[in-house]
Design a protein around this ligand. Structure first.
Ligand code: URA
Ligand code: SF4
Length: 209
């Protein structure tokens, strides 16, 4: 199966998934979208109201801001893959719970393996937790790290910047580093290819950036 087929298959499975309680209240599943060969993958938290209505990620206010941020580095959302750690909306936009994150994790993992992005930009603390369980976003944002063979770029969630305008400049500055990071990522010898299993190595700070 090629990457595109795998992504379709994941989306098909998600569409009928009942692995956690979030399936009871969802209207549409939101598997994520973007090109199967995207160089950058954004991983947010979970669908909100508008995403649940439309079945597409980041189509509300946070999505607008994400699109503006992409435009600031001359990119469009169609060029990147946008996904979430849970594919169904947590009621009232509450935090996803541990069991829900665990139940949904495999879908995201398969998407990551299929796309094999050069850079994974985590948006907010739940996607950050996947790679750096003990990290504080205020301390690690904007600093690329290699975790489990992948280049992770922790960022604040765009919604956080909307709620706390003082973060806006920080998010914009972190975003500005992305294009160079993608270029540099291609040069990392350890950069995993699609056939490589992820390893359980310790997070490594990249002095390169
Ligand atoms: N916030 C998220 O984390 N994901 C979305 O898809 C929309 C808003
Ligand atoms: Fe399945 Fe994930 Fe939706 Fe839970 S959040 S029902 S695990 S697709």
């Amino acid at each position: 199966m090629n990457s595109e087929d795998i992504l379709h298959q994941v989306a098909d499975e998600v569409a009928v998934c009942t692995k956690c309680d979030l399936h009871h209240s969802r209207k549409h599943t939101v598997p994520g979208e973007g090109p199967p060969d995207a160089e950058i993958m954004f991983i947010g938290e979970g669908p909100g109201f508008h995403e649940n209505e439309q079945g597409r990620p980041f189509v509300g206010a946070a999505g607008k801001f994400l699109e503006q941020l992409l435009a600031s580095i001359s990119m469009q959302r169609e060029q990147v893959f946008i996904a979430n750690v849970v594919k169904c909306r947590p009621p009232g936009n509450r935090d996803p719970q541990t069991e829900e994150l665990a139940a949904c994790s495999d879908y995201l993992e398969r998407q990551i393996m299929a796309i094999n992005p050069k850079v994974i930009a985590t948006l907010g603390r739940f996607s950050l937790q996947r790679y750096l369980p003990n990290a504080k976003i205020s301390q690690v944002h904007g600093q690329a790290v290699r975790v489990k063979g992948r280049l992770i770029f922790p960022m604040y969630h765009p919604a956080a910047a909307l709620h706390q305008p003082s973060l806006k400049v920080t998010v914009e500055a972190d975003f500005a580093a992305l294009p160079k990071l993608v270029q540099e990522a291609a040069k990392i010898p350890e950069y995993v290819d699609q056939t490589t299993q992820e390893t359980e190595e310790e997070p490594k700070q990249l002095s390169l950036f």
